[in-house]
Design a protein around this ligand. Structure first.
Ligand code: FAD
Length: 453
């Protein structure tokens, strides 16, 4: 390095930025990281972590009910929202400090300010200070989308605010059909909030396997969540302490809150990227190549701001690969195929690989194996809930192309199935694997009959 203040300036201390900064510093680079809100980013502060804690909280309601069939008496069970929020905040503070320690321990300098790009090698902080760097990494993440054209949109909350509500509403309208909408519907419903999910598409979880989408929607409905597909909100008005929500089909709901989970937009606004020549995709994400390099050679971007696959482990991999390549002398590209994912809905969804529809588009012969069954626990709990497991197999090579599960611990299963599918496992390998009994996942190695519809 010569002539620059730093080797690397990272904008955004979230999943991707922290990993990149830490690894680059370990390679001996002089690194600064700017963060305008809280170190840890979306995942730690208002995403994956608090979300999963809330999912745990909301599941206890059913656990208490289920326990009765096993001989427990659970008469005086109560829930206190304020305690949950306070304990969640303590855990986030702990993680926030751990992230800070990790960054500083690696030798990176942290600047708690907003940064924008001034030119190919210069950033400007809110304080006015200008800093030069040989490389700039934009890792600014994304922000919830709110439809600003909608009358009354300012009365709506997003996932950002949902984590810190002063009190739980008696009823909530959640708009959206993606994983965040579906997860929050499960959280609020589990915590005793009457929940209405409004989605303009035909079925929730667009992009997932159709059987899983239908199965999850049916199970969520059984839990009392009202799912209104092919519907949209046309008006939000204030009503007492809450809101009055009108749908485009004329239906009207009074609710304590309305929450929008209708997508997230890359954080590029006001970053100064347009006038330095960084190119954007049609969806206003930063356009990068396989090495996360933008059209300006000294500027890279990783994570949600590039809108490739918007998940924490992906942002972390991209940040790590960037640091390995630019500062570690390696040649590392991130493979964005075959990413296992979970939706922490209730019941949970876990998936890896192609959906049936995708497989039928790309393969001449596709075999489907499906099993729908009542989890063993519910033989005594009496709960009317079923698990669905589905394997999508290339009928010519016998290779497993996709695995899709909707049921308890589906996310845990997806992680392990991901290894098998990446290794190119065949259906015959699944069959040859001994079952673990009694588990739900044994179904994955004992399905023998092809689904004929
Ligand atoms: P972020 O983690 O968002 O970090 C970006 C950081 O940049 C932020 O801290 C922001 O304050 C900062 N910043 C922005 N602009 C500037 C600026 N100009 N100057 C300084 N700082 C700036 N993913 C999963 O894998 N599993 C899940 O279960 C999961 N659940 C989620 C639940 C919710 C409710 C949400 C919203 C997201 C969830 N995600 C989940 C997605 C995951 O959080 C993101 O994919 C991940 O955080 C992206 O990391 P990132 O580094 O790109 O951005």
């Amino acid at each position: 390095m010569s002539g620059f203040d730093y080797d690397l300036f990272v904008i955004g201390a979230g999943s991707g930025g922290v990993r990149a900064g830490r690894i680059a510093a370990r390679y001996g680079a002089k690194v600064a990281v700017a963060e305008e809100y809280r170190v840890g980013g979306t995942c730690v502060i208002r995403g994956c972590v608090p979300k999963k804690l809330f999912v745990y909280a909301s599941k206890f309601a059913e656990e208490f009910e289920d326990a009765v069939g096993f001989g427990w008496t659970t008469d005086k069970v109560t829930f206190d929202w304020a305690t949950l929020v306070e304990n969640k905040d303590k855990e986030i503070d702990r993680l926030n400090k751990a992230y800070l320690r990790n960054l500083e321990g690696a030798g990176a300098e942290l600047l708690l300010e907003r940064a924008v790009v001034e030119d190919a090698n210069t950033v400007r902080l809110t304080s006015g200070r200008k800093i030069t760097a040989r490389y700039i990494l934009v890792a600014t993440g994304a922000t919830p989308f709110l439809p600003r054209h909608l009358p009354g949109h300012e009365l709506a909350i997003t996932s950002n605010e949902a984590f810190d509500l002063k009190r739980l509403p008696a009823r909530i309208v959640i708009v959206g059909g993606g994983y965040i909408a579906v997860e929050f519907a499960g959280i609020f419903s589990g915590l005793g909030v009457e929940t209405i999910l409004v989605y303009r598409g035909e079925q929730i979880l667009r992009g997932f396997d159709d059987d899983i989408r239908n199965h999850l929607a049916a199970e969520m409905s059984k839990k009392g969540i009202e799912i209104r597909t092919q519907s949209d909100v046309s008006l939000i008005e204030r009503s007492g302490d809450g809101v009055r929500v009108t749908l485009n089909n004329g239906a009207v709901y009074g609710a304590g809150q309305i929450m929008f989970a209708t997508g997230r937009i890359p954080n590029v606004l006001g970053l100064g990227l347009d006038h330095v020549g960084v190119e954007m995709t049609p969806h206003m994400a930063i356009k990068v190549d396989a090495y996360s390099q933008t059209a300006v050679p000294s500027i890279y971007a990783v994570g949600d701001v590039t809108n490739r696959v918007n998940l924490t482990p992906v942002a972390i991999r991209e940040g790590h690969a960037f640091a390995d390549t630019v500062f570690g002398g390696k040649d590392v590209k991130v493979d964005h195929s075959l990413i296992p994912t979970a939706v922490f809905s209730q019941p949970e969804v876990g998936t890896i690989g192609l959906t049936e529809t995708q497989a039928r588009q790309g393969f001449a012969k596709v075999d489907i194996y499906k099993s729908s069954f009542r989890p063993m626990k519910h033989t005594l709990s009496g709960r009317d809930e079923r698990t669905l497991m589905k394997l999508v197999v290339d009928g010519e090579s016998d290779r497993v192309l996709g695995c899709h599960i909707c049921g308890p611990d589906a996310g845990e299963m997806a992680q392990l199935l991901g290894i098998a599918v990446r290794l190119g496992a065949k259906k015959s390998d699944f069959d040859a694997t001994m079952a673990v009994h009694p588990t739900a996942s044994e179904e994955l190695v004992t399905m023998r009959e092809k689904w004929t519809g």
